[in-house]
Design a protein around this ligand. Structure first.
Ligand code: ADP
Ligand code: ZN
Length: 738
């Protein structure tokens, strides 16, 4: 060995001899990484993205830190290929492990979420460009002169870019190439978005905005883990405030992730970001074209992209140097993924911030009870923005007691609401009628007295199951025969399962206002997201008088002429057997009514309800959300519901009802005896049949500090083997009970 220092360095880092083995996480539901051998001369390190053989296939995997399957090294197959891509950083690997442990998911399936861009692992190909060599064409034309003038800046151009900039056809450029005045060069591919400029157009913040921004920016400056909650009414300037935190993070040279629900519909957000920072953020969501997806992944990993605005899956992008996560509308149920790996992106964003030691900002007009409690306990620092910015006032909100203002026969709109719509349309302003018709399970009520059926053992509504002629509790499995008479007022045959859809409402509206331009918006709209975007833009421009929509219209949009919001059935969300029903309804109704009056026009909201005394309704119209939260928090605390207790649900499904139920019972019997943790069920799931599969649910309830994951691991290991078509899904911190 020579004593030359560079060689010494080389010797120290020489690839270990052959037979070296490494654990590789493959995108499979296996509990551990598999071992592979590293061929001589191949350099891999933990985090390297590799291709490995798996059975007859080649799959993408990541070299992991530990946890091999212990297979005899002689039997191992070699890694086929290492991609020319920065390895997943230690923090990212820790994050993946953490999410896998917390959600009890196979780590390979979590890692797969970080690798959802199969062609992005090799560098993007260079693109052909043009460079000015010099010289003049013998025959100078005005078009040629423009091209030469445009290209005189010395930069490289693409052929079409240069033609476009010079305002000529590409044939003019081609002519100059033939004459040798330009030469072809290869350029790195252009970034998907331009560099954001933190000082491009900062807003002048006012009053409480200023103080809020100062607090938040000072957290960002510390550059360490913290969680802030921006709690402010719709239109108060929450976005402006967190833009300041983004600017500060950009100045510190770090990347930013903004999580948004319904990202595909937030074109207006992208524009607003551009107005502030001079460039758009890169987008990340499932509607992105595959090529774009690959570019964004690659450029987030290499650090070319500084800001990503994305749906929950963006949380698993392996950023080069992430320094801030914003979770906008942090209470939104869209952050919960209920497929394969069940996780809540809001909660996992906080975990990612802690592992990466950087700040996380949660933003909402109606924070989740969990975040409120964390705010109160001082774990999160809360900033408040109590009023709308400028001369925009909150809408005047009123309840319409449907027992007193009944709709005409066969209708669902009370005369009060119909009159209000008429006045709005006359003034050439817009009305929004909101009806969230997501529920599968209908609600049963007595049309005479408004009575709703409730479980005798739980604080949840009973849901009618017509085939079985039963009313069932989705919490505990309690079931009773649907009575013929109302137990409250004794009236016979007046129980109705209600739930008009938006289209039925549209019919009613058109009957009353045949001249008005009416539009229905829901996620099943013909033409998909594209059409929806166009319609939303059209509405913002005033091209509709009456909009009838589901929760899609509730989120983030700014409709300047919208001065009336009518909630067709404010009670709907209260009836789905979910412990978060009141909270969800409060959040959704606040958000929908918040669509009105964003530009200073006087605005109203009318909420049709059969239970005007309900705390949710009272909280909405009084504007006293503090009282509502206080009550909700007290109730949760008493019932030991999250965040004062822990829940996990287990969904067992199978092709036959018998198999599903049987297996669920087997799991129930396998549950260990642990004080502070109990198992409820199995009960047939409210969504009893999904895609031909019968579903049963178990609900595990634990005290706040109980080791839920440990309990479930034991329970799973002692459960009967999943035979035949049986499948088990585990949902930690469930949001859905369907
Ligand atoms: P929120 O995110 O709380 O709903 P926004 O940040 O969207 O509120 O602000 C509502 C509207 O008021 C937006 O159109 C925004 O541009 C405007 N706005 C808020 N604060 C300011 C400010 N300080 N200067 C100028 N415009 C502002
Ligand atoms: Zn019950």
């Amino acid at each position: 060995m020579s004593t030359d220092s560079s060689d010494l360095f080389g010797a120290l880092f020489e690839a270990p001899p052959a037979n070296r083995t490494v654990p590789v996480l493959v995108p499979m539901p296996a509990p551990k990484p598999y071992s592979y051998s590293v061929p001589d001369g191949m350099a891999v390190e933990p985090g390297s993205v590799v291709q490995v053989p798996l059975g007859p296939r080649q799959v993408i995997g990541v070299v992991w830190d530990s946890g091999e399957d212990g297979v005899d090294p002689k039997k191992l197959r070699p890694i086929s290929h290492v991609f020319d891509c920065p390895p997943l950083a230690r923090e990212m690997r820790d994050f993946i492990d953490w999410v896998a442990t917390y959600t009890l998911s196979p780590p390979g399936l979590v890692a797969r979420m970080a690798l959802r861009a199969p062609n992005a692992f090799e560098p993007e190909p260079m693109v052909e460009g043009l460079k000015l060599v010099g010289g003049e064409p013998e025959r100078m034309t005005p078009a040629r002169a423009r091209v030469l003038d445009t290209a005189s800046d010395g930069f490289s151009w693409t052929r079409s870019g240069l033609a476009h900039a010079a305002g000529v056809s590409t044939s003019v450029v081609d002519g100059l190439i033939t004459l040798g005045i330009f030469e072809t060069v290869f350029l790195p591919p252009p970034p998907v978005v331009a560099m954001p400029d933190p000082d491009f157009a900062a807003a002048r913040l006012e009053g409480p905005q200023k103080q809020a921004a100062e607090e938040i920016v000072s957290d960002v400056r510390k550059g360490e883990f913290s969680v802030s909650l921006i709690d402010g009414v719709t239109g108060s300037g929450k976005t402006e405030v967190y833009f300041e935190a983004i600017a500060e993070t950009l100045k510190r040279g770090k990347q930013v992730l903004i999580l948004l629900p319904e990202i595909a519909l937030t074109a207006s957000f992208m524009e607003r970001f551009q107005d502030r920072f001079g460039a758009k953020p890169a987008e990340w969501h499932s509607d992105l074209a595959p090529r774009m997806r690959e570019k964004v992944w690659r450029q987030a990993v290499t650090g070319e992209v500084r800001v990503v605005a994305g749906a929950r899956s963006a949380l698993f992008l392996p950023f080069e140097d992430l320094g801030l996560i914003i979770v906008d509308e942090e209470h939104d149920p869209a952050y919960k993924q209920e497929d394969r790996v069940f996780y809540n992106a809001r909660d996992m964003a906080v975990v990612r911030g802690r592992i990466g030691d950087f700040p996380v900002i949660l933003v909402s007009a109606t924070p989740s009870v969990e975040s409120q409690v964390n705010g109160q306990s001082g774990r999160y620092s809360t900033v408040h923005l109590p009023t709308r910015f400028g001369d925009a006032a909150m809408p005047d909100l009123h309840l319409v007691d449907m027992r007193r203002h009944a709709p005409e026969r066969g209708g669902f709109l009370s005369p009060v609401l119909i009159r209000a719509i008429g006045k709005t349309v006359e003034k050439r302003e817009q009305a929004l009628l909101f009806l969230n018709r997501r529920g599968y399970a209908p609600l049963t009520l007595c049309r005479v007295c408004g009575h709703r059926f409730q479980c005798p053992q739980c604080s949840s509504w009973l849901v009618e199951h017509r085939f079985r002629k039963q009313l069932q509790c989705h919490q505990c499995g309690h079931a009773e025969r649907t009575p013929e008479a109302c137990p409250e007022c004794g009236t016979l045959d007046h129980l109705v399962a209600c739930g008009p859809g938006v289209e039925r409402i549209a019919e009613e509206v058109e009957r009353h206002f045949p001249e008005a331009r009416t539009i229905v918006l829901s996620s099943d709209i013909m033409g998909g997201v594209k059409r929806l975007r166009l319609e939303l833009e059209a509405i913002a421009k005033g091209e509709a008088d009456i909009v009838i929509g589901t929760q899609l219209v509730a989120k983030g949009h700014n409709f300047p002429l919208m001065t009336l919001v009518g909630i067709v059935d404010a009670d709907l969300g209260l009836a789905n057997g979910d412990p978060r029903a009141a909270e969800r309804t409060f959040q959704l109704l606040s958000q929908v009514t918040g669509r009105a009056g964003r530009t200073g026009l006087k605005s109203h909201g009318l909420l049709q309800t059969y239970q005007p005394q309900h705390p949710v309704m009272q909280a909405i119209v009084s504007g006293d959300s503090d009282a509502f939260y206080e009550r909700e928090i007290t109730e949760r605390e008493r019932a030991l519901l999250p965040p004062f207790g822990r829940l996990a649900s287990i969904i067992v499904s199978a092709e036959t009802r018998h198999d599903a139920e049987n297996h669920a019972r087997g799991m129930r019997n396998a549950a260990p005896q642990v004080s502070g943790i109990s198992v409820l069920g199995p009960a047939e799931a409210p969504l009893a049949l999904v895609r031909g599969r019968h579903r049963f649910r178990l609900l595990v309830h634990g005290r706040r500090n109980s080791d839920m994951q440990g309990f479930l691991r034991v329970m799973l290991s002692q459960s009967p083997k999943e035979r035949g078509s049986v499948q088990v899904q585990l949902d930690i911190d469930p949001q859905s009970f369907l």
